[in-house]
Design a protein around this ligand. Structure first.
Ligand code: PRX
Length: 673
């Protein structure tokens, strides 16, 4: 556990405030989707006791080309949901709305980053327009020879073509693998190779606070490495966004605009079996190698549709405008910018830029301009805004807001209270949603109108989610108040179906118990009201600014640099990021001499190396150098001690197994870079 997590628990343990749900009418909504505590209990009970009937009914609200014959076929750890059913997620997102007469309503609002010296750009797509664009690109993919089942890699900034590409893949049954645009060329190599992907869709570059992220150059570099590894990429499709110079590889590279120019604006949705793969999304685990999480068509579609509506109280025809600030490169963007929103017929905003460019009032200005009713962001952003000060918010008209959400990491009660007071004006319910790439959608969250909220708690399970806290050894449920592993005891429609190409890792990581429980990898406790409090990861994963990073990934990046002989990486408290990255390294003697002469040159080189291997967001916040790392006599690095050092505390931990105590003292005394 990292120190901020510890601090969170400390403040959470003393957190006694309870905010009861309020009538929907007070917030200008006709009703709550889940109508009070009793309704929630009843639906929850029915979904658990009779999942066939409950989820069958929810699924039937969507279109199926062939009806499913069985709702759930479960033999841990393998679930089949809606077996026999044939559908298409893109059809349910777009065609279904058009067929019901809503084609001219706004589906997607895109707000661009203000280009240097320019005005912010806004584009609005109706369901019909989005459908046409998606079909054109779907046909373009057909023309490139992409077939059902072929994985298409998408590495783009937050431009409308990203949403279009994702939906076009879903339409033709080509699983997408979206790589967050902050990842490096090396990260692309690993993911493209693991997925055996032959097509990459990218942009020339993306805007980031007025600067350019060279996406195409990164793809070029990745392609060169892939070629050398015997895995040539066949097609690279390029959207022009920033107008930077890019190298052009004739034959391989294609302009998006050329590909779609002559395509007809229709393309039949591919009939997809419920368990056909919808997408792969790579996420970090306990080893250096990211895992390709597999999500399939039917269950994920039903889960995101249902959870988005319940959690945010989505009501079409009530002027709602929903904005999730995540990047589509992460699961939050997949599920709660696109897939959960479009079938619910509430316009969804996609924002290209940063929270503080051109100034720190950007988010609030967007809320004001678009009369945003639902705002979903990460605690790290909230903490940054707290630091930047209320002055950027005061004077902005945020009266349109009705429901606020957070995701990605534990929210400290102070940030929660600020969000509630300054952004929510003490009117808006806050949904603190706990979930994961693997769960596809919300698992523990308050439902507005239903659940009283306690700052720092993600409260109670989503309808149909059977969550519990168990002892890590016995997997028996622990008494209320006690901490343990967070598990999900029964299957749910949006659950991952596997790790691409690695069955054993799937079983070992999530299902290492004989009860068929899904092990989330988070520690948590439940209070006397049955509310859940997340205590943080129990494995070597850290949530840095809500971005999930494996400490081993950063370690392998560091030892991949010739300067570093050994490295250990742990989480450390960070005022804004929640958890920062602390790295402890021993240097190769020649480099140690260089370091003595010019420490900055070496630390800069190491940070740049991590950025190159993973992405800039994985750069260590604190670097320490010493001749040795604290180890047990059997040579295992004692990370819990390093966490204390990184946090600047003496946790009075047991050090009897430590081989050499001097090492710890040296680390405590050494300078932090
Ligand atoms: O540790 C939990 C934390 O984020 C992890 C999942 O990361 P990822 O797969 O990248 O998905 C992030 C967006 C869903 C979890 O194992 N986490 C996520 N939401 C919360 C959270 N921790 C505390 N409270 C949350 N609301």
């Amino acid at each position: 556990m990292t120190d901020p997590e510890r601090q969170n628990i400390e403040s959470s343990l003393h957190e006694t405030r309870v905010f009861p749900p309020r009538p929907a009418a007070e917030l200008g909504m006709s009703h709550w989707v889940v109508d009070g505590r009793e309704d929630y209990r009843e639906q929850h009970r029915r979904a658990i006791e009779d999942p066939e009937r409950f989820w069958g009914a929810v699924a039937s609200e969507l279109d199926w080309f062939e009806p499913f014959s069985r709702v759930l076929d479960w033999k841990a750890p393998d679930a089949k949901w809606f077996d026999g059913g044939v559908t298409n997620v893109c059809h349910n997102a777009l065609d279904r709305q058009i067929a019901a007469g809503h084609g001219d309503e706004v589906a997607l609002i895109w707000e661009g980053e203000p280009t240097p010296g320019g005005q912010p750009e806004v584009l609005r797509f109706t369901y019909r327009e989005l459908h046409a664009e998606v079909c054109r690109f779907a046909r373009a993919l057909d023309a490139l020879g992409v077939k059902k089942g072929d994985v298409v890699t998408i590495y783009m900034g937050m431009v409308p073509e990203l949403a279009i590409a994702v939906l076009a893949c879903a339409r033709i049954g080509a699983p997408h693998s979206v790589i967050f645009g902050g990842f490096s060329a090396q990260a692309i190599v690993d993911r493209v190779q693991d997925a055996s992907s032959q097509v990459i869709v990218t942009c020339d570059g993306s805007w980031r606070r007025g600067g350019v992220v060279p996406l195409k150059a990164n793809v070029d570099q990745a392609c060169a490495t892939l070629e050398a590894k015997g895995h040539p990429v066949r097609d690279v499709v390029v959207v022009r966004r920033v107008g930077n110079d890019v190298d052009w590889h004739a034959g391989r590279d294609k302009e998006w605009s050329d590909l779609v120019a002559d395509q007809a604006p229709d393309r039949a949705p591919e009939p997809m079996a419920a368990e056909d793969m919808l997408f792969l999304l790579y996420t970090s685990g306990s080893t250096g190698k990211p895992k390709g999480i597999v999500h399939t068509t039917g269950g994920y579609m039903v889960w995101t549709y249902f959870t988005a509506r319940a959690t945010f109280n989505l009501l079409p025809d009530e002027g709602q405008v929903y904005w999730c600030t995540a990047d589509i490169g992460w699961i939050t963007g997949h599920s709660y910018i696109l897939y959960g929103l479009l079938p619910n017929r509430v316009p969804t905003i996609m924002y290209e830029g940063a929270p503080n460019a051109p100034d720190e009032g950007r988010f609030w200005e967007i809320i004001e301009r678009h009369k945003v009713t639902h705002f979903y962001t990460a605690p790290t952003a909230i903490r940054a805004f707290m630091k930047w000060g209320d002055k950027h918010v005061t004077g902005k008209d945020l009266s349109s807001l009705k429901v606020l959400g957070t995701v990605g990491e534990p929210i400290n009660p102070e940030a929660w209270a600020w969000y509630h007071r300054v952004i929510g004006r003490e009117r808006c319910p806050i949904v603190d949603t706990w979930w994961q790439t693997e769960t596809g959608g919300h698992m523990l969250t308050p439902l507005p109108g239903v659940t009283a909220t306690k700052p720092g708690s993600c409260t109670t399970p989503m309808i149909g989610v059977d969550a519990a806290i168990v002892d890590a050894g016995t997997f028996r449920e622990v008494e209320p108040g006690g901490g343990g592993l967070l598990v999900i005891r029964r299957p749910w429609p949006g659950m991952l179906r596997g790790i691409h190409g690695d069955r054993q890792r799937f079983v070992d990581t999530y299902w290492h118990n004989d009860r068929g429980y899904y092990v989330a990898g988070d520690g948590a406790r439940q209070d006397e009201d049955g509310f859940f409090w997340i205590m943080g990861r129990v494995d070597d994963v850290i949530n840095v600014s809500g971005h999930r990073i494996g400490t081993m990934e950063v370690e392998s990046a560091l030892v991949g640099h010739p300067a570093v002989v050994e490295a250990a990486v742990v989480g450390m408290p960070h005022e804004i990021k929640g958890t920062g990255i602390a790295a402890f390294c021993t240097l190769e003697p020649h480099w140690a001499a260089k370091f003595d002469a010019d420490p900055k040159a070496v630390t800069d080189a190491l940070r740049a190396h991590v950025a190159k291997e993973i992405g800039p967001f994985a750069k260590p916040d604190a670097l320490r150098f010493a001749d040795g790392l604290p180890k047990t006599r059997s040579g295992k690095i004692m990370r819990r001690l390093l966490r204390d050092v990184a946090a600047g505390i003496d946790g009075h931990q047991d050090t009897t197994t430590l081989e050499d105590r001097g090492v710890l003292e040296n680390l405590r005394a050494c300078q932090v870079y």
